[in-house]
Design a protein around this ligand. Structure first.
Ligand code: KIV
Ligand code: NA
Length: 277
């Protein structure tokens, strides 16, 4: 199986077959989601919430992102691994932004990076692309700006906001992003953006008229994720399975039902005789 490339992702838009993307933050999860056949794995800064227990993505550092990206890229053979640039890692100088994006590739071995923002990040996107760093854009609800936005709310509902999204989307495409994530955007607005752009629009809470979908792994499988926004579909409740498996373990250990004979090693006859006289 050939590894997924950015060209393959772009091309998928022409064929009309949606791009599939899901987050992963560690080796076993990356292995499982890859075996399930996803095109792209996102090492999202959502890891701050779903694996590190923070209540936003703001505390996530470059070191956190590199650490988790390394684990994911060790497992991913086919899927294209995209890593998020965390809060404030691309808001200083353009040089600093390019350096941080480069670290996700050079140290984390990601094949692309994702950054939140529209027109205002165009100079950074241009420089990254010039440096050979493929970039995914992310507009609409941008969680790193949660305190600016006043909460995790749908974006682009009124005409002015919808037009701003359209303008941001065009600017990012022009700057060279190979795909664009739209988060929590009304489907009518998403459909318009997706039909006007030549790059794939990957939605999360953005309706079905996208060129692809992305979800947070922990939300999709019900793995102790606290936030369940309306746009999440929980395909299974792995949390309940884990809880009940561990509860059985606790109960069996306390009842001395585990370990059972088949889990136990034995000394040689001779050793036993001498030990017990
Ligand atoms: O960090 C993340 O998981 C994301 C997706 C929700 C798009 O950015
Ligand atoms: Na993110």
């Amino acid at each position: 199986t050939k590894p997924v490339t950015t060209a393959f992702i772009r091309k998928k838009k022409e064929t009309g077959i949606p791009v599939t993307m899901i987050t992963a933050y560690d080796y076993p999860t990356a292995k499982l989601v890859e075996e399930a056949g996803v095109d792209m794995i996102l090492v999202g800064d959502s890891l701050g919430m779903v694996v590190l227990g923070y209540d936003s993505t703001i505390p996530v550092t470059m070191e956190d992102m590199i650490h988790h990206t390394k684990a994911v890229t060790r497992a991913a053979k086919r899927a294209l691994v995209v890593a998020d640039l965390p809060f404030l890692s691309y808001h200083g100088t353009v040089e600093e932004a390019v350096k941080n994006a480069g670290r996700l590739m050079q140290e984390g071995l990601a094949k692309a990076v994702k950054m939140e923002g529209g027109n205002e990040i165009v100079p950074i996107v241009i420089r990254c692309v010039q440096a050979g760093i493929p970039v995914v854009g992310h507009i609409g609800l941008t969680p790193q700006a949660v305190h600016q936005l006043g909460g995790y709310k749908v974006q682009g509902r009124d005409l002015q906001a919808a037009k701003r999204l359209l303008s941001d989307a065009f600017a990012l495409q022009e700057a060279g992003v190979f795909a664009l994530v739209l988060e929590a955007v009304p489907e009518e607005v998403t459909a318009q953006i997706a039909s006007k752009l030549s790059i794939p629009v990957i939605g999360i809470g953005a309706g079905v008229h996208c060129d692809g979908q992305v979800l947070v792994f922990h939300d999709l499988v019900g793995y102790a994720s606290q936030l369940t926004p309306r746009f999440v579909k929980r395909y299974t409740d792995i949390g309940e399975q884990i809880r009940s498996a561990v509860a059985s373990y606790v109960q069996e250990v306390e009842a001395r039902a585990f370990p059972a004979p088949e889990h136990v090693f034995h000394a040689t006859e001779e050793t036993i005789q001498q030990l017990y006289g």
